[in-house]
Ligand binder design. Structure first.
Ligand SMILES: [Zn+2]
Length: 876
């Protein structure tokens, strides 16, 4: 009751807001949404004492002035010495040193410190803020009271080499992961980049700056260098590398952030996100395609013949025909898919209320015949069509339609297929016979006999639904898709999912989905809550999701559409400059990237809050929203005029970070377990991602062709750097749209890293669902994860292409993820140190997904593995 009351209250509030909005056209401008609380839910407060600051999983020390003298991340000191600020002037090279930083103010969410340092004629004055996620913002001036000219100003960040194995830098490049991977043996150098991170699989350190303003010279190809010195990896920022007068102080803002930024208690295995959101999925019946495919060659003669079947409709053939999309009510039974764009189709047509036959060549239909029948659901009927001297349709043994169509159905069979079923095929087929003669009489027996004219005869009694094959009595064998079921005690085939009808939403619930993302099409205007038209549908969908214990996330993104009411007044101020992109979608519109340093930040915050308040959604899916893309739009403070006279970009890291924190607050103050799921491919800028509950990465490779091996396009060191989430502190999910690897291949790469691939498409979702279930019944939550790069004392695997990661529950068993990441099939030999793992003496090894026992000697496993495949093996 209370909920109903608050909903009505919110609706009236909204009506009021809309009415008010007409008087004041921009009620969102200056919105305070998300600015409170200062300490976001779930974060421990910042702790400071002296020059030392503690945040979750890390401690920072500022013993020498403005810059860090020590960083402990995940119990390890990662600096090999203090960060040093070095200047060169007429007085030679000197280190700027200062007293320990002094705390100026503290609050649960942040600490500010003041520090200065000096050397010869040069001084630094700095104010640093350390925020709850360990983001340090240091604003400092480099000045000289005497107006000295300096030749050099460098920040030297010495890292212990064992914690600087991997390098990530932003921006990256679409189509590659070259900006993420093992730190090259020879080190690395680059012109200014706004974000650089070095780390290992557990921790790291990021440095960032929004622009290269005051860096000298501009475009110095060696502005950022990383060099190796024994056990030290030295990251150097060559801020001034050419003579520069300090008559005017130079201002800089640098950011530092050690990782991981938090210790998540839930990850993508808990969130179970899918992307199947749409209006009406709570009422539309789930009718997955179900097909049987036989090769056409040898199974049919195009010159003359007969196709006949005994069938039972499992739909109601007498339902009234609705207006609108009636095609969805047709029921596909039989088709011949032939080369040169020929299709012969034989199906139940909703307008005829009976069987129809057509020959289609490209967009032409030289034959289209049908006849009404008066069938009832579940009754058995003999249906047939014949060709040669004429075309005939038979129903229950009697001729129904005849047309004078002579000769072959199509010119060639080649590699064509015979298909039973399709997307909508609510039939049980008892018998199929294809003959090389035009039959004219059909005995009423329910089982067909084989004679000298029989090319294909199937009683459907030799069906293997596990390996999805079918062996006819006569003719070449076929293959089954998922959802084809053997029924009638294995004597018939059901061309649809057996059991009672379920809706799409129910099916998602059955699969174990917990979070549904509704992509951009939830609103007719891109990244804009134009919900007037769909309000009721959205309300119904949210309610239905909640009734099933599922969350619904709505899409918000990075653009403003030219159909948005705000476009006319706010495009110039809010869009990224120079204007980029131009994404088009239906209904007709073009959307351009916005910069969240602009007022559009308030719009987005207000919109998300509004959608949560009115529709009770459970969080957001953010497409690129966390990406601090380059922008020169001075109307909202981006970009700057360089001394060369050109306008150079800002990467608005702090503004995007602020928006992300606001969104996190908006979501979690309303729903403590709400989600902020970020899609950020190529962009691992941790200060803008820290408030995400998980990220979804990998679209940058979606346009890479399969010619390149999957691991060549996504090498393991790159995966460990950008796609694993662990050392960043944010749960990760891999994106795969079928290129450059298939969904199961992508899993072979991701699973050894404890990372799931979001199941897009039903087949993929079903595979992902089986992984969720396998890990649930094993008890992944209670297991210790021991990845392939750190488990040599527990498991050895050959050949080298085999990677094995373990989920260890000791005496309760071990789950192995075994992946063959090579390009050829191998016999994998996996030897477990059963004693060290704490396994009992007598154990069995089972392939969890197939349920089959594996060859297991008690400590050694042998598995035949195709390239880029994985197995989930349970040893207990
Ligand atoms: Zn901007």
């Amino acid at each position: 009751m209370l909920r109903r009351f608050s909903f009505l209250f919110l609706v009236s509030w909204y009506i009021f807001a809309v009415v008010f909005a007409q008087a004041a056209p921009t009620p969102w401008l200056g919105s305070p949404e998300g600015l409170q609380p200062a300490l976001p839910l779930g974060w421990p407060p910042v702790n400071a004492e002296g020059a030392h600051v503690q945040v979750v999983a890390r401690e920072y020390r500022f013993d020498n002035g403005p810059f860090l003298s020590g960083i402990v991340a995940k119990e390890a000191e990662i600096l090999a010495g203090p960060i040093e600020a070095i200047v060169s002037s007429a007085e030679g090279e000197q280190k700027l040193v200062g007293a320990p930083a002094q705390i100026k103010s503290t609050s649960p969410a942040k600490v500010t410190l003041h520090a200065n340092a000096a050397a010869g004629p040069v001084a630094i004055d700095s104010a640093s803020t350390v925020e709850l996620d360990g983001m340090i913002r240091t604003d400092f001036t480099l000045a000289s009271p005497t107006g000295a000219t300096i030749d050099n100003f460098t920040l030297r960040i010495p890292l212990r080499a064992q914690y600087a194995k991997y390098l990530y830098h932003y921006p990256g490049q679409w189509g590659s992961v070259r900006n993420a991977g093992a730190l090259p043996a020879q080190g690395w150098s680059h012109a200014f980049k706004p974000f650089v991170w070095l780390g290992d699989e557990t921790r790291g350190l990021g440095w960032f700056a929004e622009s290269d303003q005051n860096w000298t010279p501009l475009d110095n190809p060696q502005a950022i260098t990383i060099t190796r010195h024994g056990n030290i990896v030295m990251l150097e920022l060559h801020v001034i590398a050419a003579p520069r007068s300090l008559r005017q102080p130079l201002r800089f803002t640098f950011g530092f952030q050690a990782t991981p930024v938090k210790a998540p208690t839930r990850d993508v295995w808990d969130y179970r996100i899918c992307h199947e959101g749409n209006y009406g999925i709570e009422t539309t019946l789930y009718r997955p395609p179900a097909r049987v495919m036989y090769p056409a060659a040898g199974n049919i003669d195009l010159r003359q013949g007969t196709v006949e079947m005994w069938i039972r409709p499992t739909f109601d053939p007498n339902l009234p025909v609705p207006h609108g999309d009636r095609g969805l009510l047709n029921q596909e039974l039989f088709s011949l898919q032939l080369p040169h764009n020929y299709t012969i189709g034989y199906y139940w047509n909703v307008d005829d209320h009976g069987m129809r036959l057509y020959i289609q060549h490209r967009s032409q239909y030289p034959v289209l015949i049908g006849e009404r029948s008066f069938w009832r659901k579940g009754d058995a009927h003999h249906v047939a069509f014949t060709w040669g001297k004429e075309l005939c349709l038979y129903v229950d043994g009697k001729p129904a339609v005849r047309v004078p169509y002579q000769g072959p159905l199509a010119p060639a069979l080649d590699k064509g297929n015979i298909m039973l079923g399709g997307t909508h095929a609510q039939f049980i087929i008892e018998e199929l016979r294809i003959s090389s003669v035009q039959r004219t009489s059909f005995p009423p027996t329910r089982q067909f006999a084989r004679d000298k004219y029989t090319l294909l005869l199937d009683h459907f009694n030799q069906v293997n639904t596990k390996v999805r094959t079918i062996q006819p009595i006569k003719g070449r064998p076929g293959r089954l898709s998922a959802h084809v079921a053997a029924v009638d005690n294995g004597q018939s085939l059901q061309l649809s999912r057996p059991g009672p009808d379920v809706t799409y939403l129910d099916r998602l619930a059955e699969l174990g989905v917990r979070t549904i993302v509704f992509h951009e099409q939830w609103s007719d205007i891109q990244n804009f809550p134009d919900f007037k038209k769909h309000g009721q549908q959205l309300q119904s969908l949210v309610t239905a999701c909640h009734e099933r214990g599922m969350k619904l996330l709505l899409y918000f993104g990075y653009e403003m559409s030219n159909t948005a009411p705000t476009y006319k007044d706010f495009a110039d101020e809010c869009l990224v400059a120079p204007r980029t992109g131009g994404y088009t979608r239906k209904p007709d519109q073009t959307a351009y990237p916005v910069c969240y340093r602009s007022h559009w930040q308030d719009f987005l915050a207000q919109s998300i809050a509004q959608m949560m308040d009115i529709y009770d959604i459970d969080g957001v899916y953010l497409d690129g929203t966390a990406n601090p893309g380059a922008c020169t739009n001075g109307r909202h403070g981006c970009g700057y005029e360089s001394i060369n006279g050109d306008r150079r970009p800002t990467y608005p890291i702090f503004a995007v970070r602020r928006l992300m924190q606001r969104i996190y607050n908006i979501v979690t103050t309303r729903k403590p377990d709400g989600l902020v799921n970020v899609h950020q491919s190529t962009v691992m800028t941790i200060p803008t991602l820290a408030f995400a509950t998980s990220y979804w990465d990998g679209e940058q490779l979606g346009s890479v062709s399969r010619v390149m091996g999957a691991l060549e396009s996504l090498p393991l060191d790159s995966f460990r750097t950008e796609f694993m989430g662990r050392q960043w502190g944010i749960p990760a999910e891999l994106l795969c749209y079928g290129q450059p690897y298939t969904y199961p291949q992508a899993l072979a790469i991701s699973l050894p890293h404890d990372v799931l691939v979001r199941g897009t498409g039903w087949d993929n979702l079903e595979l992902e669902s089986s992984l969720w279930r396998a890990m649930d019944s094993f008890g992944r939550q209670e297991a210790k994860w021991q990845p392939y790069w750190a488990n040599a004392d527990l498991v050895q695997a050959t050949p080298a292409s085999i990677k094995v990661s373990l989920y260890n529950r000791g005496a309760k068993g071990v789950m192995l993820v075994v992946s063959n990441l090579g390009n050829s099939a191998v016999e994998a030999a996996v030897t477990l140190n059963t004693k060290a793992l704490g396994l009992p003496n007598k154990t069995m090894a089972t392939d969890v997904l197939s349920g089959k026992s594996l060859f297991w000697t008690g400590n050694k496993l042998h598995i035949q593995m195709e390239p880029l495949t994985f197995r989930l093996v349970l040893v207990k």
